[in-house]
Write a protein that binds this ligand. Structure first.
Ligand SMILES: Cc1ncc(COP(=O)(O)O)c(C=O)c1O
Length: 432
């Protein structure tokens, strides 16, 4: 593995310079999500250029759960990605963004009949089926011509946070290979007359060591070969999911995209060699495409120093956002790089950056900020392009932040405005 980890990612994270950060904060207010279009496009291009293999067609699908803002879906599609939707809502977002249904895939471990019916009706590219009942639902809805991909659980344990590891045997996702469920799903598809297109796995997220994806890909490709030998079924598609990590802090050093794509392609090539199978090879990254293209801008409100058991005193720097625009620290203990605008990489005092929500809402602990940090200062948090806006809520009735796109010509464009108060209450009624 050391060989694989030897090519460490460079720091290519997007960050705002001071004049632009100030201009955006004045124009749009804070908290504010900012996405750099050039950065996002170039990540997609890196993936597409690197994931090539002689004799095989390849596909990069953008996992829209990472950030399904319509403008970003349109950009991903314009760069040649198909769109992975994990729900009817994400599928509708892709369609609204102008992505043809045939370029979308529908995922989900517990899809409703209505969701499947909607996807079939729209002519979705393929449905990734997760359990036996779903196969029956597709057949029952007359979806025999729709492409069906089986999500497989290859039984590999990735090294990542338990809440984002999905490839192990003990998972709610997919058909287990080792216990025979995956093979039974293949024979069920064949007996139901479904259009079985191929196989998929996704073993986990924020993986800095790609061994789990490598071995997941190898196992599903070997499974495809064994299904050809045992049942004469020739897979036309193999997708190894997403999962490549992002550089949240300088301690996160994921493999670079180029080397990672080559590793995946070679693994699949070796596993399929001599089988006569030539499936389309797919990957489905979310985080590694969009995370580093985004930052969040906050304004500091209160700065307060209090007695602390473990260190004598602790300084809280409270910002005008928190749990509702970035729940990842609370969910996974995620760490981030936090900078005072105009003072990047400052060796200052270790403080706790807190949000304004109930609970403790400690956003970022032990981050280094200038000792004179004060109310009114602007902070930028790097690598917030993925799983921030898409996981945002209105907790404590705070409006979700606006999102601005820095265009390739340097201009800025509002791609999602802040929630309005009218929207916040529009769904609710006080009964007589
Ligand atoms: C099925 C599937 N595909 C793709 C992804 C994208 O993963 P990541 O954002 O880590 O690349 C996920 C994330 O949970 C997933 O569940």
């Amino acid at each position: 593995m050391n060989r694989m980890l030897s090519a460490l990612a460079q720091d290519t994270r997007f960050r705002l310079d001071e004049p632009l950060a100030r201009r955006l904060a004045v124009r749009y207010g804070t908290p504010l999500y900012v996405i750099d279009e050039r950065h996002f496009r170039s990540r997609i291009r890196d993936y597409r250029a690197a994931f090539v293999l002689d004799g095989f067609e390849t596909e990069i699908s953008y996992a829209s759960k990472a950030n399904s803002t319509l403008a970003l879906l349109a950009i991903a599609y314009s760069e040649g990605c198909s769109i992975d939707a994990a729900s009817e809502g994400e599928l509708r977002a892709a369609l609204l963004a102008g992505v043809p249904a045939g370029s979308c895939h529908l995922h989900g471990n517990n899809k409703s009949r209505d969701e499947i019916a909607f996807a079939l009706d729209q002519g979705v590219g393929h449905i990734v089926a997760d359990h036996f009942g779903e196969l029956e639902m597709i057949a029952g809805l007359g979806g025999h011509s729709a492409k069906v991909v089986l999500r497989l659980a290859p039984g590999v344990d990735p090294i990542t946070h338990a809440k984002i590891s999905t490839g192990q045997d003990d998972t709610k996702f997919g058909f287990n290979i080792a216990d025979g469920s995956a093979e039974a799903a293949v024979t069920k598809c064949l007996s139901l007359g479904l259009n079985l297109y191929g196989f998929h796995c996704h073993v986990g997220s924020q993986l800095v060591d790609p061994e789990a994806q490598r071995s997941g890909g190898e196992l599903i490709a070997e499974f495809a070969v064994s299904m050809k030998n045992r049942h004469g079924y020739a897979a036309r598609y193999i997708n190894v999911g997403g999962g490549l990590g992002a550089m949240y802090t300088e301690h996160d050093r994921p493999m670079n995209v180029d080397e990672y794509c080559r590793l995946v392609a070679q693994t699949l090539q070796t596993a399929l060699a001599g089988s006569g199978l030539h499936p389309v090879l797919g990957q489905e990254p979310g985080r590694s495409l969009i995370a580093e293209s985004g930052v969040t801008l906050y304004t500091v409100g209160v700065v307060k120093t209090v007695p602390a058991k473990d260190r004598g005193r602790r300084t809280y720097v409270c910002v005008d956002g928190g749990l509702s625009d970035n729940p990842r620290p609370a969910l996974y203990g995620s760490k981030y790089t936090v900078e005072r605008v105009g003072a990047p990489a400052c060796a200052g005092a270790a403080v706790t950056v807190s949000g304004r929500h109930c609970e403790t809402d400690k956003l970022f602990e032990d981050v280094s900020l200038p000792a004179d940090i004060a109310a009114g200062d602007l902070l930028q948090v790097l690598v917030t392009g993925a799983y921030n806006a898409s996981m945002a809520s209105n907790y404590n009735r705070y409006p979700r932040p606006a999102m601005v796109l820095i265009r390739q010509d340097g201009s800025d464009s509002l791609i999602a405005r802040r929630d309005s108060w009218d929207e916040m209450f529009a769904r609710e009624r006080v009964p007589e």
